[in-house]
Ligand binder design. Structure first.
Ligand code: HEM
Length: 362
């Protein structure tokens, strides 16, 4: 017999294609659309597997002592791949929507109490990204719906450092924000003070505002200023963190802001890309949740889910509550236009620079 590798063996197609067993067929009245239902779920699980493969490698990279430009580029490449897969996952819901709600009813009751809610890989992805138990609707009770082995796995994972934790620690370690001649935080504060003063002057002199409108706008300005002040006061920041208004540590938040403000500097471009990819992953996850919730409403209306939840209503709540990198989204409130930004000191700018040098041939 030839020892050449054969396509079907390499991909284990015998096992893969033998793994679609509709319940309705087993019970003797096969519902045509159950095959689609199974194949779509299995396709999701395969993609989840690939996402975890990438995520585990990213977590391992972050755990290493040194994170240089090369490893950052490799991390970004993996995160980018995750986002591409996520786009597919959102799109894939449309395939399932070709099933009419009434055709779903042909086999839906046979599935109780199983539910996509019990997708362990999906839960592992959420947890490894940094979704905390307390942020889930229903908190820690969600693990009750899993088998004892899966429950142990999920509970154990909850105590391991997530991507959120790794990114927080990496940002908090970031150099450049302070040296003998430069302090980013006080430079940024000066910029903000000037910006608020300029905005106040515009409001005070604006000829088309009524006294009432002016007072309202000045009040709003005052409120944004207070929000910014919280960034500069360590105690106020910790209070906001304990209350759940921010999640990143203060040092990490400062570093993320610095990266955003000075992202044109060559050495900050890769870190900026990384932060953008994390936002994209979070956004795609939320997009999937909303898309899935709408599909569920279309499919089962206001019925409860096979897993026993309130169905569509629970899913909406879950979509609204499960943002992981919300602080990175909110950074946009703290940005200032480039034209108002204090230039970096020459020494620091040089440290953040790298370029190809062209060698002359004479
Ligand atoms: C006809 C198609 C589908 C229907 C009617 C449906 C329905 C539901 C419902 C009602 C829930 C809430 C839990 C419950 O009570 O069961 C749920 C949760 C969930 N489903 Fe689906 N689902 C469908 C397809 C899918 C697919 C293809 C996936 C992909 C793996 C999936 C993954 C999930 C996940 C991960 C959750 C938990 C979401 C969260 O907690 O935020 N579902 N589904």
């Amino acid at each position: 017999m030839s020892s050449e590798l054969y396509y079907a063996d390499y991909l284990q197609l015998g096992r893969l294609l033998g793994a679609q067993r509709p319940e309705s067929r087993r019970l003797g009245h096969e519902a045509h659309d159950e095959m689609l239902f199974i194949v779509v779920h299995q396709a999701y699980e395969l993609w989840f597997r690939q996402i975890l493969h990438e995520l585990d490698a990213v977590l391992a990279d972050f755990a290493s002592e040194r994170l240089d430009e090369r490893s950052l580029a490799a991390i970004c490449a993996k995160l980018e791949r995750i986002t591409r897969i996520q786009h597919l996952l959102v799109e894939q819901i449309g395939v399932l929507e070709t099933m009419a709600p009434q055709d779903f009813l042909e086999f839906r009751d046979l599935l109780v109490p199983a539910s996509g809610f019990q997708s362990v890989q999906f839960r592992v992805i959420e947890t490894k990204l940094g979704l905390r138990v307390r942020d889930r609707p229903g908190g820690g009770t969600y693990v009750r719906r899993f088998s004892p082995g899966d429950r142990r796995l999920l509970e154990q994972l909850d105590h391991e450092p997530s991507l959120f934790d790794r990114v927080d620690a990496w940002l908090a370690r970031m150099p450049f924000l302070q040296d003998d001649h430069y302090d980013f935080w006080s430079s940024y504060r000066d910029t903000l003070v000037q910006m608020f003063e300029a905005d106040r002057a515009v409001l005070e002199q604006h000829s088309q505002l009524s006294d009432e409108e002016r007072a309202q706008q000045l009040e709003q300005l005052q409120q944004s200023q207070q929000q910014f002040d919280c960034l500069f006061d360590a105690t106020a920041y910790e209070k906001a963190r304990t209350a759940g208004h921010v999640r990143l540590s203060r040092q990490a938040f400062q570093a993320a802001l610095f990266i955003h403000l000075y992202r044109d500097e060559p050495l900050l471009q890769q870190p900026f890309r990384l932060l953008e990819l994390l936002v994209e992953i979070d956004e795609q996850l939320t997009a999937w949740r909303y898309r899935h919730a709408l599909m569920v409403q279309r499919m089962i209306g206001s019925r409860i889910g096979t897993g026993g939840s309130s169905g569509h209503q629970y899913l909406r709540q879950s979509a609204a509550r499960t943002q992981i990198f919300g602080d990175l989204f909110n950074l946009a409130s703290y940005l200032v236009p480039r034209s108002r930004l204090a230039p970096l000191p020459v020494g620091l700018s040089r440290k953040l620079d790298f370029h190809f040098s062209t060698l002359g041939n004479g």
